[in-house]
Design a protein around this ligand. Structure first.
Ligand code: FES
Length: 170
């Protein structure tokens, strides 16, 4: 590391690779371990960084495309960083026909970010998702693991205010 180095992207890349190698030391080089390893990486970073995927791919001799396929198949894994509070708005058919797009539009308007982005303070992120398995409660949004059903824009505003106020009072 160079003098005056302040976590530049090269150092961040190296750090993630090194930390992923440390995680991998606990696991045998078996393909079956992939999900457990991804779980641990997701837990550590809040997403699965590309650098970590590379190191895992080499360690388990699994092609990157296969790892990508697993990450995108399971909803608990994500390829992009999330905010402390990740807001998932369901745009599956049942939710969409009941107006979930309006809730997504409201989230974008209030947080000034697009789906897949994180607010500058790292507190909120938005995801548009396809069916979270609660169609009977459509339209649905979630904040982290908390599900809000029969949602309205007004209710969304109230919930978001609550989270924002909690954060401001810390
Ligand atoms: S379509 Fe939204 S929960 Fe199923």
């Amino acid at each position: 590391m160079e003098e005056n180095c302040v976590n530049c992207s090269n150092c961040a890349t190296e750090r993630i690779k090194q930390e992923t190698k440390e995680i991998l030391e606990k696991y045998p080089r078996k393909k079956d371990e992939l999900i457990m390893i991804l779980n641990e990486v997701q837990e550590k970073y809040g997403f699965i960084p590309k650098e970590a995927q590379l190191v895992i791919s080499e360690y388990l001799s699994i092609p990157m495309a296969e790892i990508y396929g697993v990450i995108t198949f399971y909803s608990r894994f994500t390829l992009t960083p999330k905010g402390k509070y990740n807001i998932s708005i369901c745009l599956g058919t049942a939710c969409y026909v009941k107006g979930s797009q309006k809730i997504l539009d409201r989230a974008k308007e209030r947080l000034k970010i697009e789906p897949g982005e994180v607010t500058a303070d790292g507190k909120f992120s938005i995801d548009d998702v396809r069916c979270v398995g609660a169609c009977g409660l459509a339209p649905v949004f979630m904040i982290n693991d908390e599900v809000y059903g029969n949602a309205t824009v007004k209710q969304f505003d109230e919930v978001l205010d609550k989270y924002m106020n909690e954060e401001n009072s810390k």
